[in-house]
Design a protein around this ligand. Structure first.
Ligand code: SAM
Length: 477
């Protein structure tokens, strides 16, 4: 963190001063305090209380609204710790955690995260769903959707379909079938200005009123398309990390005017949750129900700031179900036998073979609730088990991350700060006394990845793109 405090653009502060009036002073003061760093524990792997006992960082609970969220002190680097590589938590600033909490996805539901990369909210929804039902996580930008897939793999989400598609392509493929749809909209990012300001990154400020209005138009288009994906009785959540009314109350007010089958819900209010501001919307659109939106301000809530509107589809029409049942060709007898031989020799893990899908030699375990995807651009469907090459099975990193050490025939476990973990993370081989064959490498009981024991050495199978250039203990030191 730099001490060279740079204030956000003057035009932005002037706008906030006009809007916030006497409250502005406190808002402005928040730019003199450092931004918050948070993490959310992966409850697919361990409970928050178990993480609290083994956490290498001092943790401070973010509040009753998110029992799995914590603040970590300035200077701690949770992203450079082997527990991060093992998927024990996701780095997320505390106001972003509120969004997932208000979506409140349930196990067994059909849930869509329409603008999901890099995956902060999608990992939260996956934890809520506990591997049951289907989470469609989409991002229109393919490179970002790939990053999303990487984060969902680290999270060990097994019930996700990851796509890279325009929202209207999703609407045309699926219809109004989703129990919950999240639109975490691309926005002008005013809530990120404090982080940039505190880091002294003046050059990263791109704020101007034109950007705000362009974002507003795009948000309106995405939200209108999202309306066609929510089933009657379902929930639509709109969120941004920005403060301008044009991207928040105004987008929601126009949406409610155009889609009267949706109503705002008054969500549970926790300490520091502010209300929406109908007075910031032109009179013809203003409606007191806009107060039901949630505003998180950096001067009232320990976080960078967010806007959230939770809406319910109260129409009684029938869902427009466009999606067809999934038809897929299962692996051939020979391919299945290759998998079975690997599983029998190396795993203590049950797989429902009726859900196995082979695409270009890659073997996937589909989610229990799988949908036909037509021409959508797929990035990942369910759990990638591995690849069948020349009659041999090579397990994927994604499979390692859903396993516990006990779920493999062979595993090795090392202490967090051991030389072995440091070497493994760098992609180096490590000595071993075990028999030849595949094994899981774990850090303090949590799997980091695969290795293959060959004549007294563990050959490193940690993915090349995830390796560290140097010993992580030196990076943190
Ligand atoms: N939900 C994400 C998370 O929690 O990590 C953050 C999402 S970010 C605020 C907005 C995302 O919207 C970006 O990843 C961007 O690629 C995507 N996006 C931009 N234009 C879009 C569009 N027209 N439709 C859908 N997504 C879009």
């Amino acid at each position: 963190m730099s001490n060279d405090l740079v204030m956000p653009p003057a035009d932005f502060l002037a706008k906030m001063s006009d809007l916030l009036e006497e409250e502005y002073h406190q808002f402005e003061q928040s730019y003199r305090q450092s931004s918050t760093t948070g993490l959310r524990v992966n409850t697919l792997k361990l409970s928050s209380s178990d993480f609290s006992t083994l956490s290498p960082f001092a943790l401070k609970a973010v509040g009753a609204h998110e029992p799995d969220g914590f603040l970590v002190p300035d200077g701690s680097q949770p992203g450079s710790h082997p527990y991060h590589a093992a998927g024990l938590y996701y780095l997320q600033e505390p106001s972003a955690m509120v969004v997932g909490g208000l979506v409140a996805a349930q196990p067994g539901e059909l849930v869509l995260d329409l603008a999901a990369a890099p995956g902060g909210k999608a990992t939260h929804l996956a934890a809520q769903m506990r591997g049951r039902g289907l989470l469609v996580a989409n991002d229109v930008h393919t490179s970002r959707a790939r990053l999303l897939a990487e984060n969902m793999t680290r999270w060990s989400a097994t019930n996700a379909l990851i796509t890279s598609a325009e929202p209207d392509h999703l609407a045309a493929q699926f219809g109004s079938i989703f129990d919950r749809v999240l639109v975490d909209a691309p926005c002008s990012g005013e809530g990120m200005l404090r982080k940039l300001a505190f880091a002294g990154k003046r050059e990263a400020f791109e704020w101007n009123e034109e950007v705000v209005l362009a974002c507003s138009r795009r948000q309106t288009a995405v939200l209108h398309t999202a309306a066609h994906l929510v089933k009657p009785g379902g929930r639509l959540v709109y969120a941004t990390c920005t403060f301008s009314p044009e991207e928040n109350e105004v987008v929601v007010a126009q949406f409610l005017r155009d889609f009267p089958q949706f109503e705002l819900i008054d969500p549970p209010r926790f300490a520091g949750f502010g209300v929406g501001r109908p007075s910031w919307v032109e009179a013809s659109l203003a409606d007191n129900s806009l107060q039901k939106c949630v505003r998180l301000w950096p001067h009232q809530f320990s976080g960078e700031g967010h806007f959230i509107a939770v809406m319910q589809h109260v129409g009684d029409e029938k869902p427009q179900r466009l999606v067809k049942p999934l038809k897929f060709i299962p692996p051939s007898k020979n391919e299945l036998a290759v998998w079975q031989a690997f599983a029998q020799e190396n795993l203590r893990f049950e797989v429902d073979e009726a859900r196995l899908l082979l695409v270009n030699s890659r073997l996937y375990l589909l989610p229990e609730m799988a949908l036909e995807t037509g021409n959508l651009h797929l990035i990942r469907y369910g759990l990638l088990l591995g690849e069948i090459r020349k009659g041999h099975f090579r397990p994927d990193h994604a499979l390692a991350l859903v396993l516990t050490p006990e779920a493999a025939a062979q595993s090795v476990n090392f202490a967090t700060d051991s030389d072995e973990i440091a070497a493994y993370w760098q992609g180096l081989d490590i000595p071993s006394g075990g028999p030849n064959g595949w094994l899981l490498v774990a850090v303090n009981g949590f799997v980091m990845g695969w290795g293959k024991c060959v004549n007294g050495r563990i050959k490193n199978h940690y993915p090349r793109g995830l390796r560290r250039n140097r010993d992580w203990r030196l990076e943190n030191g």
